[in-house]
Write a protein that binds this ligand. Structure first.
Ligand code: CP
Length: 328
């Protein structure tokens, strides 16, 4: 039986035992229907205010493996425009307040999941995580983040499951911690910091890696997530002897939501991998080929991107199972 108990899943702070949650995900990978009755008769709602391929499908599959009925609602396209601000005078574009919609949703579903991207216009608003906080406040049932304004915990759990799986396959010696490098990559437009923030937060909480972050000057992330990591602006130095390289673009945090420099020299190539320990290359997807990562790396033997995406199912299943165990 799953011994994990979880009320909500918004960040790594909701997890009491990270290695146990990773082990549970890997157990589901080998036995997908192990707990197929756990969610029988229960319903999960997946609300999307932004697009998705992996998160949407993997969470549905995970729910069904646990016997739950999953319903997807593209709120941005099919629902009333929701208002999240307390005391708002709703004379603009929003039609329904979360204060009214939340309890209704909570009556329809046993678990609610929501994806809300940041605006990238106002740092204080985005980093206050108002949407997901208000959602938790008003729905009255457990909430799972499908990516919020600052974090993407289901992705980070799948990333850690992938790292653990590779280490197990390589029969990793406990003596040497893996060197895990998060490297900034170029992109054509400003992207959220969520995946990078969240990966940093999980790596630091896990505490079993030599964790290095490398990015150009001006791309510093919020210290609340990166504290504990080694940070350098020298990508070559960071990549030296790396065991895992996580490639991701993010826009500036300090002068919020900007693209300052977009040096194509930061794209990870096969040549750069020579300095690593045959590093496994990670990316959350979707990826801009030959902008963030070269074809040769993505299509090469070191690429872990498909494995990462497939592990999204087992990670989501471990999280939903832990919530169902809590509410049982
Ligand atoms: N990595 C990820 O969250 O993918 P989607 O945006 O397709 O869900």
């Amino acid at each position: 039986m799953n011994k994990q108990h979880m009320k909500n899943f918004i960040s790594v702070n909701d997890v009491s035992d990270i290695p146990a949650l990773v082990d549970l995900a890997l157990q589901y990978k080998s036995q997908p229907l192990l707990h197929q009755q756990l969610g029988a008769g229960k319903r999960i709602g997946l609300l999307f205010l932004n697009p998705s391929l992996r998160t949407r499908l993997s969470t549905q599959i995970a729910a069904r493996n646990l016997g739950m009925e999953a319903i997807v609602f593209n709120v941005d396209k099919e629902g009333w425009a929701l208002e999240f601000e307390e005391g708002a005078i709703m004379s603009g574009n929003t039609v329904e307040h979360i204060k009214d919609a939340g309890p209704v949703l909570g009556n329809y579903f046993d678990i609610l999941c929501i994806r809300t991207f940041p605006s990238l216009q106002n740092k204080e608003d985005d980093y206050s995580e108002m949407f997901i906080r208000q959602f938790v406040k008003y729905v009255g049932v457990p909430v799972v983040s499908l990516e919020s304004a600052t974090l993407h915990p289901l992705q980070s759990l799948a990333d850690l499951v992938t790292i653990t799986e590779v280490m197990q396959q390589k029969q990793w010696s406990a003596i040497r911690p893996p060197k895990v490098v998060l490297t900034w990559a170029p992109h054509i437009k400003p992207l959220p910091q969520c995946v990078a923030n969240s990966f940093a937060q999980w790596m630091n909480a896990w505490g079993k890696a030599n964790f290095v972050i490398t990015h150009p000057v001006d791309y510093e992330l919020d210290e609340q997530f990166t504290k504990g990591a080694t940070i350098t602006h020298n990508q070559d130095e960071a990549l030296k002897d790396a065991d895992f390289v996580y490639v991701k673009n993010w826009s500036t945090y300090t002068d919020y939501g900007k693209v300052y420099e977009n040096d194509p020299g930061w794209m990870l190539t096969e040549e750069k991998l020579f300095a690593t320990h045959q590093a496994g290359v990670m990316h959350c997807l979707p990826v801009r080929r030959n902008v963030e990562l070269s074809d040769e790396v993505l299509d090469g033997a070191n690429s872990l991107v498909t494995q990462q995406a497939s592990n999204r199912v087992w990670s989501a299943q471990a999280v939903l199972s832990s919530i169902l165990t809590y509410t049982h």
